[in-house]
Write a protein that binds this ligand. Structure first.
Ligand code: SAH
Ligand code: SF4
Ligand code: F3S
Length: 466
């Protein structure tokens, strides 16, 4: 492993040499842009790409007119793919004006052979393509492209490797995502993630703890532990460990103030974890617990391994242990064979749980998943109608919940200068609700006590209490 890191650092050096030559040729610094689609995993991967790009010597920009543009792609739903093709169409024109521009594609979409075929055929101007398993090889792949001057493709079908300790550039100085595991073994029948992210692999607890300690020493006060199903963390380690045990260790890290995690799969959420959350001073009062559907019949066909009753029981247990917890969820409508009765079960769970926030999706057929081959795909107009009704239900409840903490004094982690209101800063409560208040930039990254004066729907206006 150390050897691999050494190798990659050598490639970073070689790329840097090439870049400084290019800088002289052009008489200016060169810029790079990483555009991220999809989930927190991709966001974290992009921080790794940016870390490497900065080390090579690129100036990072948000503009897609850069000298090097990378799309870190997502394929969880058809829409995610369409977005990437849209951006690519635009880039093809930009590149005509700047033929030296380098275009890279990576991430989940690239793990699908049909996508790579399409790019090879219809998007010839793309320079490098790599996947989710070999992101650590980015500098090497880039260098191969420089040397050979033609489309360079490097996709791995899977991996056992976890490469630690390459450069990372955090988006925020005071908070960071931390991968605790990669991949997914659950094979929910609608979902493409296990095919594009590979089998579940947990990082060693000592690697995770050391990374967080280093982050804390560098000013981080909040971490988000990342995995497709964090509740199954550690099962396959040489010395197995539960997620609850890992959290207990993370809690001990001095200087770390807040711990978040996602995503929790309801089937693996243990009593042990609820107990740890109850007793923790640092775990945030927020839980993302994807429901997907309320009908036990549909949940079974989805291969989710819980039913409506178990989900509701779990919510009761969590709320009893942590009464002020904020619950968010993912819900899908239009899974193959979903009937009106099934859909009403989903609305019933929404009414019973009263989620603080729900991300709602229309089922999207993903080639290669079992659900794609199922008969009874639900007609589009029926799905649209259900989606709108679901949204109405969710929004009504979210609106009723808004403002429930008004008048209270609560801790806020100040995250940024308010982009709209001069003299204001913006932060988040433990339950993730946004709060705006008068304050200056020196507060960024600090936790302050704030009285919540006014509710504006999704956010509060507050006053810092000394
Ligand atoms: N690992 C997480 C989810 C990752 S994908 C979990 O198990 O909860 C994020 C969300 O996208 C899922 O919760 C699901 O609601 C949605 N999703 C996944 N596949 C989808 C598909 N084929 N169509 C529509 N939504 C999908
Ligand atoms: Fe997809 Fe299910 Fe894995 Fe989540 S748990 S990533 S929904 S297969
Ligand atoms: Fe999308 Fe890949 Fe995440 S498919 S949701 S970016 S794991």
């Amino acid at each position: 492993m150390e050897e691999e890191i050494k190798r990659q650092n050598e490639y970073i050096d070689k790329c840097r040499e090439w870049l400084s030559y290019k800088e002289k040729e052009k008489g200016r610094k060169l810029t790079a842009c990483v555009n991220t689609f999809g989930c927190q995993m991709n966001a974290r991967d992009s921080e790794k790409l940016i870390g490497i790009l900065e080390k090579i010597g690129y100036v990072i920009t948000e503009s897609e007119n850069a000298d090097f543009v990378i799309f870190n792609t997502c394929t969880v739903r058809e829409n995610a793919n369409l977005k990437v093709y849209g951006h690519l169409g635009h880039l093809s024109n930009v590149k005509k004006k700047n033929p030296d521009m380098i275009v890279g594609l990576c991430g989940c979409m690239m793990q699908e052979p049909t996508v790579v075929e399409k790019i090879k055929k219809s998007y010839r101007f793309v320079d490098i393509i790599f996947g989710t398993h070999n992101i650590f090889k980015f500098a090497e792949i880039f260098y191969n492209r420089i040397e050979n001057d033609r489309m360079t493709i490097d996709i791995w079908e899977g991996t056992e490797q976890i490469v630690e300790d390459l450069p990372v550039k955090r988006q925020f100085p005071f908070k960071s995502g931390v991968n605790i595991m990669f991949g997914c073994n659950n094979f929910c029948t609608y979902c493409i993630v296990p095919y594009v992210r590979g089998r579940e692999r947990s990082r060693k607890p000592e690697d995770i703890i050391n990374e967080i300690k280093r982050l804390v020493a560098d000013g981080v006060v909040e971490v988000m532990l990342l995995g497709q199903n964090v509740n199954s963390y550690g099962k396959n380690l040489p010395n197995p460990m539960t997620f609850a045990e890992l959290l207990t260790e993370v809690e001990k890290i001095e200087g770390l103030e807040r711990i978040r995690f996602m995503t929790s799969h309801p089937k693996d959420l243990s009593d042990e974890l609820i107990e740890v959350m109850k007793n923790s001073k640092k775990i945030c009062k927020q839980l993302h617990l994807p429901l997907q559907a309320g009908s036990s019949r549909i949940l079974k066909i989805m291969n989710r391994h819980y039913d409506k009753e178990k989900y509701l029981e779990l919510v009761d247990k969590i709320r009893e242990a942590v009464p002020d917890i904020s619950l968010s969820t993912d819900i899908m409508v239009g899974f193959p064979g979903e009937t009106e009765e099934d859909f009403l079960e989903t609305l019933d769970v929404v009414d019973k749980v009263r989620f603080d926030c729900a991300y709602t999706f229309i089922y999207s057929k993903r080639t290669g998943t079992p659900a794609a081959a199922m008969e009874d795909q639900v007609p589009e107009d029926v799905v649209k109608d259900r989606f709108n009704r679901l949204l109405e239900h969710v929004n009504k409840i979210v609106n009723e919940n808004n403002g429930k903490d008004i008048g209270k004094v609560m801790e806020v982690l100040v995250e940024e200068k308010n982009p709209q209101l001069d003299g204001y800063v913006t932060g988040r409560l433990s339950n993730s609700t946004v709060v705006h208040m008068v304050g200056d930039m020196s507060l960024i990254g600090k936790i302050v006590n704030v009285r919540l004066d006014e509710s504006k729907g999704f956010y509060y206006m507050g006053t810092i209490i000394e």
